[in-house]
Design a protein around this ligand. Structure first.
Ligand code: NAP
Length: 308
């Protein structure tokens, strides 16, 4: 417990949170950043980032986030590898808890990002035993194997293409015939000789056990409802993400999908002094550069709030 009242507490350390930290620290607000479960955010489970301006040759995701962090710390931000478990925004100063530890702040910037979605089917306890949500993290373990990627968006295409570096064969399983993926990503996947497609099938169950790992899955045809078994030794989910807003439910306004609602053109939430930036409030663009831009907006909004 401490009586110290921080000017700004930033919850989350992806491109949004760390950009907010750079701006807030350069304004001499000495932000305290709680890095959370995944320090550096989603980019730390990516390899090459080719579309972040300023890096014409591309940059590795973890390296990029280390640079963000260094820049924030250089100007006076404090980062702690802790996970915020509870918040109380009812009265000023706001209260942020890491288990029993209480931290006080005049303003809070929420940048907790989003996490990989699961299907909620039987067999998902095999996560880490053949089931994964991150090709760049786990692809290496599936050398010369027959693996499946579930989904029809850019993530699924990207994961499948990446996995062909290791796998013998990659099968993309999608629940429709049309693909949400951009044309360029779909073309790349379709022209890759190691990638095959199965469409109009939903995954009903993951087969296997922790001793032997994944051995296959049950698929249901969306037209005939016929169930087939498909053999594979690895499964990657690429079905999108959901915002990390569990601790804010009932405390600040969320939309129907759980994203934090911010006032258009700003990072302001419905609670004065609480700001949100990055993927936790953006279900549309979800890019590192847009997250970083919104982190800058949040720091400027918070600075203005503190001045007033
Ligand atoms: P997404 O675009 O929302 O696509 C999710 C995919 O998973 C969709 O095909 C969806 O099927 C499928 N899906 C969702 N829930 C499912 C369920 N319960 N059962 C079966 N299938 C399910 O998510 P994303 O691919 O992660 O992309 C998110 C954003 O990041 C997009 O804006 C994307 O362009 C961007 N992104 C860009 C790149 C790149 O440019 N290199 C790479 C990755 C992501 P339906 O289509 O039927 O809904």
């Amino acid at each position: 417990m401490t009586d110290k009242i921080h000017k700004i507490i930033i919850i989350g350390s992806g491109p949004a949170g760390l950009t907010a930290a750079i701006y807030a620290s350069r304004a001499n607000l000495f932000p305290l950043v709680f890095e959370g479960n995944q320090p550096g955010g989603q980019l730390t489970i990516t390899t090459d980032v080719e579309n972040f301006p300023g890096f014409p040759e591309g940059v590795m995701g973890p390296e990029l986030m280390d640079l963000f962090r260094k820049q924030a710390v250089k100007f006076g931000a404090e980062t702690q590898f802790k996970n915020v478990s509870k918040v109380d925004f009812q009265t000023q100063p706001f209260k942020v808890y890491v288990e029993d530890e209480e931290f006080l702040a005049e303003s809070v910037i929420i940048s907790t990002g989003a996490s990989a979605k699961m299907l909620g089917i039987e067999g998902e306890d095999l996560l880490g035993y053949g089931l994964s949500t991150c090709a760049t993290c786990d692809g290496y373990f599936f050398k010369d194997q027959n693996i499946v990627v579930v989904g029809g968006g850019d993530s699924a295409m990207e994961e499948a293409i990446f996995l062909t570096k290791f796998a013998e064969k990659v099968t993309i399983i999608h629940r429709r015939e049309e693909f949400r993926a951009s044309k360029i990503m779909l073309d790349r996947a379709q022209s890759n000789p190691k990638i095959e497609f199965i469409v109009n099938k939903t995954v009903e169950k993951i087969l296997g056990d922790k001793e032997n790992g994944v051995i296959g899955l049950s698929l249901k045809d969306t037209n005939s409802e016929e169930i087939i078994h498909f053999e594979c030794t690895g499964i990657f989910y690429g079905i999108g993400h959901e915002p990390n807003t569990n601790i804010f439910k009932g405390i600040i306004e969320l939309d129907a999908n759980g994203y934090i609602v911010t006032k258009p053109g700003s990072s302001k939430t419905n609670v004065k002094g609480i700001f949100a930036c990055g993927d936790v409030q953006d279900s549309i663009y979800r890019q590192a550069i847009t997250a970083a831009g919104s982190g800058c907006i949040a720091a400027l909004d918070a600075e203005k709030f503190l001045e007033s």
